[in-house]
Design a protein. Structure first.
Length: 140
């Protein structure tokens, strides 16, 4: 990926408790790393000679909005115009499961309209990501 013209953001539901915001962001970040392992830099050595595992090579701002807005963003991403934007989503169904097998079983029974989005991670062309999220404030 050419990160000069690409952008990656995480958008979370600002009304979630801080622990769920942290969990949602972490889970989506792990999935991003699996989908694009090349974004993780090589391990580094500090002055004392100790190794630190590589981290992502570019910033990933965490933005906030209400859950309904996240759902609208997710729905726009099903349009062919946004097919080049990677979307990792995290829903209330996933949050409520204790195993991946449970998640697979439950998500297959929930219609798209009934999903409540806790967050999305978007990576793709900078213009398209900005069109979807450009007016959103940073989570602070």
């Amino acid at each position: 990926m050419n990160w000069e013209n690409e952008k990656c953001v995480i958008v979370v539901d600002q009304e979630l408790p801080i622990g769920l915001i942290a969990n949602t962001s972490a889970i989506m970040g792990i999935t991003l790393g699996k989908k694009h392992p090349e974004v993780v830099g090589k391990s580094v050595i500090d002055k004392s000679g100790m190794e630190h595992l590589g981290i992502i090579e570019f910033p990933v701002p965490i933005l906030k909005c209400k859950g309904e807005e996240i759902k609208k963003i997710r729905e726009k991403l099903y349009d062919d115009n946004f097919s080049d934007v990677l979307c990792v989503d995290f829903t209330d169904v996933a949050q409520g499961c204790k195993s991946y097998e449970e998640f697979i079983g439950k998500i297959s029974c929930v219609p798209l309209d009934d999903l409540k989005y806790m967050g999305v991670c978007l990576c793709g062309p900078k213009k398209k990501v900005n069109k979807l999220t450009g007016a959103m404030p940073l989570l602070r």
